[in-house]
Design a protein around this ligand. Structure first.
Ligand SMILES: [Zn+2]
Length: 438
């Protein structure tokens, strides 16, 4: 009917009408076709600049920030030790044999692997990631809003102030330190924001940055192909590759959630004031985040994975004003080409094929609505309620009498003690929360 003469051929159809086609496994061609169509359909003509690939000063600054995480992870402490040579070392922390061995000495790896076998006897990466998340979240890592005082052990009250990192903190790649005055013993308490994941195996605490960083090391130690994912608003998580499923799988260690990429952007109906003394069985319907750019960084490639994390591609595209789409695509393509050139041909080919599959997956937002997922309505659980509310990440709360999909909120210890959740939710969680990167 569409006169396909080569395999694979990608046809882009709208209401049965052919808008374009790509013959052969041409990932860049497919990506261009998708984006060109979206831009022509949904953005003002002025933004649909074709063939103009020279980045402006603002775009250049933004693009360099975009890959900052990659650079940070690749080069931060290593640059202290090795100087300029570090440019050649990619995501080295997660590949480091000593760091991986240290992680494996803590992970119940044999038990996890034994319980994650397929009928064929092969270990299933998805099952490994699920069990690893459970262990990491429930038994290993701790969330920190404000640190405990190192002298008397009492929890400090915020807000902290910025301090200067000591040389020991810098040696473990602390990018900054928060300093608190303990109201109990009047001593100073420090909360260094370490970036070295091996150091985090020791401290076992932090906010989403530390959680994702240490969890990524644990994933690599277990042999999972791993990406670090940054949402350009303020959250980070991890993706692992499942050979069985033939796709990348979302993993959020802070929340102990796997394969639920839409939980960040999903919102429900406004439910009014919430007040509850005894029963905490609320249901949350996602964080209400409005993503613009979500980037996934692996040791040998960087991908724009925004389309996995939002149902409304058109709205996401309209928020992407930091850089013209062709400039961003060109930049990422060239960056990936540079990284791929250093890889063996077999890996290059595998990467190309998995990228093709990923692009096809991005074509339909509904691909991300996973059957049987219990956590599509998962509001943020890490952090106390006030902090979550401040970030607008409590999702929309509904009483359980309404039939909604989702999971009950688990109150924090403070909330249980007070037996009360008595805050007024904002009428609609819509604003972009311009919090500093946590
Ligand atoms: Zn104290």
């Amino acid at each position: 009917m569409y006169q396909v003469s080569a395999m694979p051929t990608f046809l882009v159809l709208l209401n049965g009408q052919e808008l374009g086609r790509i013959r052969g496994a041409d990932a860049n061609g497919l990506e261009n076709l998708i984006q060109q169509h979206l831009i022509q359909q949904h953005l003002p003509a002025a933004q649909a600049v074709k063939g103009e690939l020279a980045a402006t000063t603002e775009e250049r600054t933004w693009l360099s920030r975009l890959v900052e995480d990659r650079k940070r992870v690749c080069t931060y402490t290593i640059s202290i030790q090795l100087g300029p040579k570090c440019e050649l070392i990619k995501m080295e922390w997660y590949e480091d044999e000593i760091s991986q061995t240290l992680a494996l000495s803590l992970i119940p790896s044999e038990e996890i692997n034994a319980k994650s076998k397929l009928a064929s006897g092969a270990v299933d990466e998805f099952a490994v990631a699920k069990r690893l998340l459970e262990w990491f979240h429930d038994s290993f890592f701790k969330w920190v809003n404000t640190p405990e005082c190192g002298t008397c052990g009492k929890k400090c009250e915020g807000p902290g102030r910025g301090g200067t990192c000591t040389s020991a903190e810098v040696a473990d790649a602390a990018s900054r330190v928060e300093v608190y005055d303990c109201k109990n013993c009047n001593k100073e308490a420090r909360f260094p924001r370490y970036n070295n994941p091996a150091k985090l195996l020791e401290t076992r605490q932090g906010r989403c940055g530390e959680w994702a960083n240490c969890f990524a090391l644990c994933c690599r130690s277990m042999g999972l192909e791993t990406r670090w994912v940054n949402d350009s608003l303020d959250h980070v998580w991890v993706e692992i590759y499942s050979t069985r499923l033939g796709r990348w799988v979302h993993c959020d260690p802070c929340e102990n959630v796997i394969d639920t990429p839409l939980m960040y952007s999903k919102v429900g109906a406004w439910a009014g004031v919430v007040s509850c003394a005894d029963d905490f069985n609320f249901h949350l319907q996602g964080w209400g985040k409005k993503h613009a750019y979500v980037l996934a960084v692996a040791i040998d490639h960087v991908r724009d994975v925004t389309w996995r994390y939002t149902l409304n591609h058109r709205a996401a595209l309209s928020r992407r004003t930091a850089c013209r789409e062709p400039v961003l695509r060109n930049f990422l393509n060239k960056l990936n080409k540079r990284l791929a050139d250093a890889l063996p041909p077999e890996r290059q080919q595998n990467l190309k094929l998995s990228y093709m599959r990923e692009l096809v997956e991005f074509l339909s937002p509904k691909c991300q609505l996973r059957d049987g997922s219990q956590a599509q309505g998962h509001g943020r659980e890490s952090g106390d309620a006030e902090w979550r509310l401040g970030r607008g990440e409590l999702g929309i709360v509904k009483p359980t009498s309404d039939k909604v999909e989702g999971q009950p909120i688990r109150p924090t210890e403070g909330e249980k003690k007070a037996k009360c959740l008595t805050y007024v939710l904002p009428p609609y969680i819509s604003a972009l929360h311009e919090c500093p990167l946590l």
